[in-house]
Design a protein around this ligand. Structure first.
Ligand SMILES: [Zn+2]
Length: 236
């Protein structure tokens, strides 16, 4: 398998860990080059922090948490520093994101689904597909809401490390955060219909005009592409 340059464009510190960390760990294990780009500064994510903590202190803390999380991938995230809730399809944001995209020139891109629950997630998703020319995979929505996957990556072995990465974001994580994500990854594992796949991350490929061999862009799982996601016909 050729060495891929993988770019994960995610809005806030902690989104990469929640949505794609297991798959990125697998890419790293298989010798691919992984880049993590965090578009927004995370200032609105007060989490458990008291009201007297300033926005600039929150930004600093969340950067440190993101650096600690990404260490498990052996990378340092690139922070684009766009203020939370201020990611718009305007010239400035467009230039910021496209410059990063041009610098990286990735083979494959991961970002949020365009219907994810948060306005910043939806805005970044639109921007990424508008400034990219290589295949884009959308990662699962929060709680899997309105997300019908095309592809699955087995993260059974990677799940414990993914959870450690997530817990580095201690200012944000609630007791049930890890449980909710583990449950979603378990559901996706069940959908693979393979007893050895306990946990999986699920993705949709952004459809453009030309077919791509999408499985060749995902980490090598050494199993047959398991599932054709098509409705089955009922006999009558
Ligand atoms: Zn987010």
């Amino acid at each position: 398998m050729r060495k891929l340059r993988v770019a994960a464009f995610y809005p806030h510190p902690d989104d990469m860990e929640s949505q794609v960390a297991g798959t990125l760990l697998k890419y790293v294990e298989q010798g691919h080059e992984v880049h993590v780009i965090i578009a927004m500064d995370g200032r609105r994510g007060r989490g458990h922090l008291p009201d007297n903590v300033s926005w600039s202190e929150i930004v600093e803390l969340r950067q440190q948490e993101a650096i600690a999380g990404a260490k498990y991938l052996g990378v340092t995230p690139k922070f684009l520093g766009i203020e939370d809730h201020r990611l718009l399809e305007d010239r400035t944001c467009y230039e910021t994101v496209i410059t990063e995209m041009e610098n990286l020139n990735p083979d494959v891109i991961f970002t949020c689904a365009p219907n994810d629950y948060h306005n910043d997630h939806r805005a970044l998703s639109r921007l990424v597909i508008n400034v990219s020319w290589t295949p884009v995979f959308f990662s699962d929505t929060k709680a899997g809401v309105d997300f019908n996957p095309d592809f699955y990556v087995d993260i059974t072995k990677q799940l414990p490390t993914k959870m450690k990465m997530l817990m580095e974001h201690s200012s944000q994580m609630k007791e049930d955060s890890a449980e909710a994500l583990t449950t979603l990854n378990r559901l996706r594992g069940i959908q693979c219909s393979r007893s050895d796949i306990v946990y999986a991350e699920a993705f949709k490929l952004y459809k453009r005009a030309n077919w791509v061999k999408a499985y060749e862009l995902l980490p090598d799982d050494n199993f047959e592409p398991p599932i054709q996601i098509v409705p089955t016909l009922e006999k009558n």
